[in-house]
Design a protein around this ligand. Sequence first.
Ligand SMILES: Cc1cc2nc3c(=O)[nH]c(=O)nc-3n(C[C@H](O)[C@H](O)[C@H](O)COP(=O)(O)OP(=O)(O)OC[C@H]3O[C@@H](n4cnc5c(N)ncnc54)[C@H](O)[C@@H]3O)c2cc1C
Length: 566
Amino acid sequence: MPYRAPVDEFRFLFDHIVGFGDVTGTPRFAEAGGETTDAMLTGAARLCEEVLAPLQRVGDQNPAVLENGVVRTSLGFAEGYRAIAEGGWVAGSAPADYGGLALPQTLTTALNEMMAGACLSLQLQPLLAQGQIEALHAHASDDLKSLYLPKLIAGEWFGTMNLTEPQAGSDVGALRTRAEPVGDGTYRITGQKTYITWGDADFIGNVCHLVLARLPDAAPGTKGISLFLVPRQIPDAEGNPGQRNSLRVVSLEHKMGIHGSPTCVMEYDGATGWLVGEENGGMAAMFTMMNNARLGTGIQAVGVAEAAYQHALAYAEGRMQGRAGGSGAIVEHADVRRMLASMKADTQAARAIGLSCAVAIDMAKATGEADWAARAAFLTPISKSFCTDTGIAVANEGIQIHGGMGFVEETGAAQYLRDIRVSAIYEGTNGIQAMDLVGRKMTDGGDAAFRLLDEIAQGAEAARGAFSDLAQAVWSAGESLRETTEWLLEQDAETRFAGAVPYQRAFARVLGGHFHLKVAVAAGTGPRVALAAFYILCLLPEHLSLLAHARDGAAVLSVSPGDLAA
Ligand SMILES: Cc1cc2nc3c(=O)[nH]c(=O)nc-3n(C[C@H](O)[C@H](O)[C@H](O)COP(=O)(O)OP(=O)(O)OC[C@H]3O[C@@H](n4cnc5c(N)ncnc54)[C@H](O)[C@@H]3O)c2cc1C
């Protein structure tokens, strides 16, 4: 389907809103600004619009299939993937010492959004590779790094992440896959993993699985989990894919969406693996990959939201119904404009939140400052959840704008929703993200949260001269959020968890107001200001009901499982 990469939007956000200048102002990322950024954005946009976008419908209508143990991928995906790899778009932020470009995560996040907006099913693979590269670079031995990283970075080989088992979903600590030391530095991996994204493909030289498993006598739960690199083919002395390992794809899942992405049930039958990181330190090592993938998942949803919005707008401009003036197209109707404005304003808020998380990641890397690392950690669950909730809501609204034609598959409006629905489920469900936010991410006594709230207050104060009403609305939303944050910190874990999801949403809503206000100030006048006013006056007030809900944990907890079954 036609897709226009929002390059100007990225330029505007980089230049005025999310602090990308701070990133390129550091010695580590000094070469990434100006022309490099521009060349990357325009080059990736061309790839997305011309090569990847035409594959999106093809993947939906011609799903990957398993044939005699081989995963046959959707028509054109091999060529599309090759174009991604040859252009150097698999892993822009990968370290230079292994052949990467060492670009800021902020820029890679923008590139990921465009690729996902163009063809989500295919983009999932580079996203996983990026996470694996980061995890191996941080935790693997030098030998493993030298052997695997150049191939993964060049896109010659794939990377996957293997956590989930039938009895171990959100509760990763329940996994049973075993790892037995062989005595020569390798391990035999045995067990079954489910839902493994891009577990295999007919066009790739090798597939490198990162697998969580238990050593003999390991402690129960997450403390007894180790991480292993298990390649489909064991590299020979020259580093080429050699002998086939003892693993196979048992079946592919039949899914609601992302049909072009093969979701595999994997069986490891004494497969040879190499330890990554410390024995029993698997969760810490895997978290490097998961954190990367969490922001990446959020940004996927922003890409799909952008694509769904473009699709819905084009339809609304062309569909004549119930003349309300002007051209007679449905875009003239107030309610249709409300829907389109919500879609656009929320997509922009989500994009700014995701990019600001990426900026924090870059600044933490470039400066080594703990405050930036804490901000990145705090913004990760918010970005993952708000962006994916937004992607789903926007795709859903896109169907509504199409009327009956939205429910009919030919228009393609439904595919966006079918594809992106899973984003609130994988990489840790949005409920698990919220518990992480109000639990682990607040063990600093709320420092990271309060620093953000201070920034929101300062931004609102600075905007009072130009936009007093909007500034007051954002300032007061920030203060309500501060009060609830202070209250939350005094609650026990169960009460926090009961209100975690509405709190997480409220935080994102308010952050969205903060960024829209910055946009209004930077733009001064015109369509950006109109959209910012719409967000702040019509969408931001939702934070009040969300905060009320967050504080009503007792009401949630008073509904027992028995009450629900009554
Ligand atoms: C298309 C697709 C691709 C995937 N790709 C991969 C992959 O590449 N690698 C991989 O390892 N996995 C992958 N997954 C698995 C995915 O990460 C899991 O589905 C997800 O973690 C949720 O686990 P579950 O499905 O077992 O749900 P469950 O854990 O059973 O959760 C069901 C519901 O209960 C809630 N819940 C569970 N525990 C708690 C709790 N403690 N407190 C509050 N609520 C709770 C959840 O939020 C959810 O709403 C994929 C899944 C899909 C559908």
